[in-house]
Design a protein around this ligand. Sequence first.
Ligand code: SF4
Length: 488
Amino acid sequence: MSDDAIRCDACPVLCFIKPGRVGACDRYANHNGQIVRVDPHLILDQTLSAGGAVVPFLNRGREWDGSIASGPETFVTAIGAGTTYPDYKPAPFIISSEVDGVDMVTVVTEGIFSYCGVKVKIDTDRHLGPERNLVRSHGEPVGHVTTGEYGSQMLSLGGVQHLTGGTKSEGNVTCETLLHLCNGRPVELTIDEGAKVVVQAGKPPVVNDVLEERMRVGCGSATIGMFAKQWLGKVDDVVVVDDHITGVLSEHQAGKLLGIPDTGIKLKGRRSTPGRYFRVADPGTAWGGTNITDPLSILGEFNPKSAWSGLRLLMVSTTGEHYAYFELDSSLRPVEQDLPVALRESVARIKENCEPALSTVLFMGGAGGSLRAGVTENPVKLTRSVKDALTRITCGGAPVYVWPGGGITFMVDVTRMPENAFGYVPTPALVAPIEFTLKLSDYAALGGYVDSVRTLRSIMNDDSRRHVQARADNPWPLGTSDSSRPRQ
Ligand code: SF4
């Protein structure tokens, strides 16, 4: 190649990079004729105590006794470690350590994940869009709405189909969307026949330009059950409006047990069980995740055999954000009145019991055959070792959940990882740090690259490594106690 450009072989793109320039992913550069990883390689330091000072590495280095292993208070992450491609070559770093007298190794690599995505949990009652509908970023389909959960709506974004199975633009936008979400940046998403939502890991969602403040206390039925006693004697009936399960106090088992009499109230929608109604309205972003702005629109006429003039009715949403109080006139028509002082506390209590709304982003990826080949010459043995809990997986030192079944499919909460832990390559695919930690003897038994094991000290003369304090709420990746062991 002319112009002294040299080839980077860390991914299938195989960029030729001129001196002083970076490759297509901005991760590798040509520095004085050598391909170097641009970002610093991250090392985690465990603090002496919660909130205590970080132990400077160099001080510990001077105390090093010359054994093959370093102490257990430093952990080499894969962030900035680099990638080897193709992966039959050993991973970039295979580092020895000694933990409680046991020789351990940590194999670290920045894995290239073509099979990956994120699961996004958005705490909101508001209807974001019909299940299965496409989620778009910059107009490109990047995922879909999946099942709603208790107080939250779930999106499944990315995955190999969007990354590789559509147009080039779809793949690139999907990759960029995943990268931003995983690195904790805000992303605006639109849902077909639904809402516009801005999602950022660990931050409240913004739905249709409105910042979401709280998630529901429970479904309408659960809310009736929780607060029935507090309403006793202060109101004759309560309707908790919910897009999924609207609750009616006088019909609900909670009301029956408290001796609350029939009020002749009539709900629209489908009665599931006493005091629990489905589909009282269409989904939306108003009362209780429905499309209604007038709560009376979900009521039929009161039955004159049971209802009475002056009957007191509270209608409230599952977050307490919407509420209205009515009394029946002589024609048994509800007339809105100011909320009585006696009921203000219960409405405030519903709000108080609603947790702050957040967006949660879990990265999910599959450590494929090629990535595993960078750990051992016999990749299936690594999979078995993970299943047998002999090998611990972490992502940038953060604990992961490994799915049961075949392969190594794992999930990690991106907010538990160091910042900017993710990268990308324009194949397109996401680059995520992954570390495998296991006993040195087990590593040898599964066909690991024992000849490539290095001490921590041997890599520490390089200024490109950056020490950061480990998060106190993460289990220490080299810990041996049950409490420090990540759940996998
Ligand atoms: S995209 Fe990045 S990793 Fe891939 S070859 Fe180019 S510089 Fe190297």
